[in-house]
Design a protein around this ligand. Structure first.
Ligand code: ADE
Ligand code: ZN
Length: 329
């Protein structure tokens, strides 16, 4: 197959704010007269030099996202773009910190608006979406307790998961145990970024102290064979984002990326884009590169999509409906 755009795909690691097309952010900035100097390069793309700078640019761009209506428009735009790459099921990370700062009444309005956006997108293209509320690690454990409380109190409908992004080097995973337990008790599915910019110890600490069934990235676990065995034994699914990792210079190219080694070791892996416009990628590009550089074929893609749906934070009817698209071959 030469064109990987049209084949059905799932994505379980996509940041809503990080998927905002630069034009979308520029348009809102001009409507609201917000200065975006330094956010974009001369070609109009997001500009950053390393991981910490990426997080800064990300937060600057988020300054234009103010009202529930802004977030509704963003959900529709992002899901339309995903659907155009064949994505039939997606999970969007979104941070309550940017949607009312942890105020429950405000958060409910944002969540209702984003849910409306997802329903509109589903009516337009058929794409199924679920939301994973995330705390921002470098905002600290106290703020995470506040945001996990609002997530726990609104755990229903399209809000089906809880997770953590942000600067992995900030604090210890165990500092966030309370926030994660609170979210888990409400029935939300649980994931956390780890083993992206920090090494295997960060993944081990996350597995030891947070009730996760999935890890965002986790690829740096490859440096610790014992940890890789633990991931397999615990049945942890990795949300791997090869293009993001390469763009952030964690690995030079796909041939040097640990996705194959992890898979060969028996780890359950999936493929997503993380923050596509920041990392100059999309789901078609990810599949095309895996095919061209690692020789992946439709059976390999069906396998990762089945893994993603088995690990998806959704109801059983949706799971089996989407799983059917990846049976056979
Ligand atoms: N937030 C958005 N993208 C992220 C990434 N790649 N790592 C950690 N936090 C993030
Ligand atoms: Zn991420």
């Amino acid at each position: 197959m030469n064109d990987w755009r049209d084949i059905a795909k799932t994505e379980i690691h996509l940041h809503l704010e990080g998927a905002a097309p630069p034009d979308f952010i520029r348009q809102l900035a001009s409507e609201k007269k917000i200065d975006m100097t330094g956010v974009f390069d001369a070609d109009g793309n997001y500009q950053w030099v390393d991981f910490v700078d990426f997080l800064k640019t990300y937060e600057r761009a988020c300054e234009v996202l103010k009202t529930p209506e802004d977030f509704k428009r963003l959900v529709e735009a992002v899901l339309a773009e995903s659907a155009s790459h064949g994505v039939v099921y997606t999970e969007l990370f979104l941070a309550p910190d940017f949607c009312g700062g942890g105020d429950l009444i405000a958060w409910k309005e944002y969540l209702a608006a984003m849910s409306e956006g997802a329903v509109a997108a589903k009516n337009a293209s058929g794409i199924e979406a679920r939301f994973i509320a995330t705390c921002v690690r470098h905002m600290g454990a106290d703020q995470a307790k506040i945001t996990s409380k609002v997530a726990a109190e609104t755990a229903s409908g399209l809000l089906t998961g809880w997770g953590m992004g942000g600067d992995e080097a900030f604090g210890n995973a165990a500092d966030f145990s309370y926030a994660f337990e609170q979210a888990a008790e409400s029935g939300l599915g649980i994931t956390s970024h780890a083993g992206e910019v920090c090494g295997p110890d960060s993944v081990r600490e996350t597995l030891d102290s947070l009730p996760v069934s999935r890890i965002g990235h986790g690829v740096r676990a490859i440096d610790d064979p014992e940890l890789v065995r633990m991931i397999v034994e615990k049945n942890i699914v990795l949300e791997v984002n090869p293009g993001s990792n390469i763009s952030l210079s964690l690995f030079k190219d796909l041939k040097l990326h640990p996705i194959s080694a992890l898979r060969d070791a028996g780890v359950k892996i999936t493929v997503s884009t993380d923050d596509p416009p920041y990392f100059h990628t999309d789901m078609t590009a990810e599949y095309t590169n895996l095919h061209q550089e690692l020789g992946w074929e439709i059976s390999d893609f069906n396998a990762i999509n089945q893994t993603a749906m088995q690990a998806a934070f959704c109801d059983e009817i949706t799971r089996s409906k989407i799983l059917k698209k990846f049976e056979g071959a």
